[in-house]
Design a protein around this ligand. Structure first.
Ligand SMILES: C[S@@+](CC[C@H](N)C(=O)[O-])C[C@H]1O[C@@H](n2cnc3c(N)ncnc32)[C@H](O)[C@@H]1O
Length: 153
């Protein structure tokens, strides 16, 4: 699987455990991490906007993105930057996902959420917005989930 916004590595570690020794997790983040990863996982120090998907060793069954912009305090600007990160994650997913694969991406809730959902609907059989219980009151982060990837023909 591909793990975008992987540093400092908690999700990568968890994913590596879940995919097991025969699976593989590739993380991407411009921020360095010194976490010790198992042999089936790596985190590449790279920006998702600059990475060439053909170098990542796909195809993958799952692409996840926990990418978040550095918040500026201007809610609308932050929401838009979060939307741009999700759309880049989706672009990468289209380049590396196996047919039938899945996508999960964090997004700051805002005016662009519907656009992002429409972007997923164009290539996934099922699309859901999930608000984790832990963030229900405080946060305006939600997760977009796409299941059953259908490559564009
Ligand atoms: C909430 S943290 C991720 C935490 C991580 N999932 C974990 O479990 O440890 C958000 C991350 O998104 C990364 N990020 C922001 N913009 C990015 C980009 N353009 N490409 C890749 N990662 C990016 C940040 O560097 C930051 O480490």
């Amino acid at each position: 699987m591909l793990d975008l916004g992987a540093s400092p590595g908690s999700w990568t570690l968890y994913a590596a455990e879940r995919v097991g020794p025969t699976g593989r997790v590739v993380g991407i983040d411009p921020a360095s991490t010194d976490v010790t990863l198992p042999p089936n996982a790596e985190i590449l120090e790279a920006d998702a906007f600059e990475v060439d998907p053909s170098t990542l060793g796909g195809p993958f069954d799952l692409v996840i993105s926990d990418m978040a912009p550095k918040t500026s305090g201007q809610r609308h600007a932050d929401q838009y930057r979060s939307y741009e990160l999700v759309m880049r994650a989706l672009e990468l997913a289209k380049a590396v996902l196996r047919p039938g694969g899945a996508f999960v991406a964090k997004i700051f809730q805002g005016a662009e959420l519907e656009d992002a959902r429409d972007g997923l609907r164009s290539v996934f059989g099922k699309v859901r917005i999930i608000r984790p219980e832990a963030t229900r009151n405080e946060s305006y982060e939600v997760f977009l989930v796409g299941l059953g990837y259908r490559p564009p023909t």
